[in-house]
Design a protein around this ligand. Sequence first.
Ligand code: 9D3
Length: 253
Amino acid sequence: MRFDVITLFPELFTPFQTVGVTRRAFESGQVELRFWPLRDFAADTYRRVDDRPFGGGPGMVMLAEPLLKALAAVRQARAQVQAAGPVIHFSPVGQPITQALLRELAQGPGATLLCGRYEGIDQRVLDREVDLELSLGDFVLSGGELPALALLDGIARLQAGVLSDARSHEQDSFEDGLLDCPHYSRPEVLALPEGDQAVPAVLLSGHHAEIARWRREQSLALTAQRRPDLLAAARAAGRLSKADERFLQTLGL
Ligand code: 9D3
C-alpha cells in the first residue's frame, strides 16, 4: 500500500521510517511513503502557502490553490499505480482515530494524508476533496504531521511479519476492547530502596489456565477503574464471558 503525504515539513517523517519494529514495513515496501512538499505547489515567487482569514481573527489559513494543485498531482500519480484510496485530513475537528479504522486502512490501497498547519485549511478544499477528517484526541497540537505519523505507525505494525509474534495483535489493548494486563520480567525479586518487589506468584506457577484467568481479571479491573466507557462497550457487545461477569460482581460492578 502507498501513502501520499502533503505537508510543509516532510523532514519530520524521515527518521521514523528507519527505526523500531515498523522499519520492516517500510524497508520491505509493504508500506510506501511519498512526500509532496506543499511549498513546491505555491503559485507566487514568495512561495506563499498561507494568508489572513476573511472575516478577521487570529492566525493564518492555508491557501486553497497550492493544496488543490498538490492534490491533483497526487491523484494523477496514484492513478498510474494504485487504487485512489481516501483523502484524509488531520484536524482538531475530526473523528478520533480508532484501532477499527487502522485495521480497515491496513487492508486497503493506502491513502492521501493532508497535514495542515496554522489555524486550518480553506474550507472549500475540505468540502471538495476530503473523504475523512481525523483527530488524535482532544488536545491542541501545532499541525497534522504528528497525527499522520501516529496513523502510519499504527498501520505499519499491522503489516504481516512486522510483529515477531503474530498473536501480539490479538492481545493488543483495544483489539478485544479491554485495557492490557500488567507485564513482568526478570528478576523474580527486584531489590528497591523501599523493599523487595516480587513478581505476582501466579505468573511463576506454570498453571497456564490460572495465568490466563489472572491476566483477564487484571484487564477487567484496570478497565473498570480507568476506562468504564470501554468496559460498558465490551459488555454491550457481548464480549464478556460468564466468568468475567462473576469476577466483576466480586468488585461490586
Ligand atoms: C482555537 C481553535 N484552535 C482549535 C483547537 C485552532 C487550531 C489549533 C491547532 C487549529 C489547528 C491546530 C493544529 N492542529 C492540528 O492540525 C491537528 C490536531 C490537533 O491539534 N489535536 C489533535 N488532533 C489533531 S489532527 C490535526
